[in-house]
Design a protein around this ligand. Structure first.
Ligand code: ATP
Length: 218
């Protein structure tokens, strides 16, 4: 079977989407041979108990990526509903895109804990993994993940030669933001400093949406 163009997959809660997620996607597109990057909001992430309703999170992703032709919103996990496991999403995408290498894009924080994911060894067989190095931040993976990295570390060109199984690293411009910090700031009382900090962390169109739907007030 021939191999199609690799497709990047960026999963997360996106509660809300922020400039760190967008930079991760842009740097992956710039440095890896990807056709596109799909943003996949989780329905119910298995690591998190409380989360904003899926339709708000998906809409914020849609607004944030609207001007970027090689970014797409992927609704697989939200449409499936329930607790989202990457392994189920990969099976669904593999059936829909049988020839394309699938490339899971993630930050070092997620990669270091990969062995806590459901069926993690199968995840790494079904897809490639692209890990973003943020500045000088070192990878501190668990022993399992360390072994995996030793065995599978490859050059970006490996992404085009098979449909999964390699691990590649790429450098990303660090953006110091987390959704936790965005939610914390949004719950604070109004101030010029808060507005200024938020505008450096989240696209204006997303902040307008958050404001008009009164999200993250408490
Ligand atoms: P939270 O603070 O609620 O845990 P988060 O900001 O880490 O959320 P997620 O939606 O959980 O966002 O993350 C999705 C993906 O984006 C993960 O792979 C994570 O490593 C990556 N990511 C999150 N923030 C950044 C950032 N500032 N720079 C690069 N990657 C990021």
């Amino acid at each position: 079977m021939g191999v199609g163009a690799p497709i990047g997959l960026l999963g997360g809660s996106f509660d809300p989407i922020h400039n760190g997620h967008l930079q991760l996607g842009r740097d992956a597109l710039k440095q890896l041979p990807l056709q596109e990057v799909r943003f996949i909001p989780a329905a119910q992430p298995w690591q998190k108990a409380r989360i904003t309703a899926a339709e708000y999170r998906a809409r914020m992703v849609q607004l944030a990526i609207a001007g970027e032709p090689r970014f797409a919103l992927d609704m697989h996990e939200i449409e499936r509903g329930g607790v989202s496991y990457t392994i189920d999403t990969l099976h669904a995408l593999r059936s829909a895109l049988p020839d394309h290498p699938l490339v899971l894009i993630m930050g070092t924080d997620q990669f270091a804990r990969l062995d806590t994911w459901r069926d993690w060894r199968e995840v790494v067989d079904l897809a490639h993994i692209a890990v973003a190095r943020r500045g000088a931040a070192a990878l501190a993976p668990s022993a399992n993940v360390h072994c995996l990295l030793d065995a599978r570390r490859s050059k970006p060109s490996a992404l085009t030669s098979s449909r999964g199984g390699s691990i590649v690293e790429f450098a990303m411009t660090p953006v110091d933001v987390s959704a936790t910090e965005v939610r914390r700031l949004l719950s604070e009382s109004e101030s010029a400093e808060k507005a200024q900090r938020l505008s450096a962390m989240v696209p204006a169109v997303v902040l307008d949406y958050i404001d008009s739907h009164r999200l993250y007030r408490t």
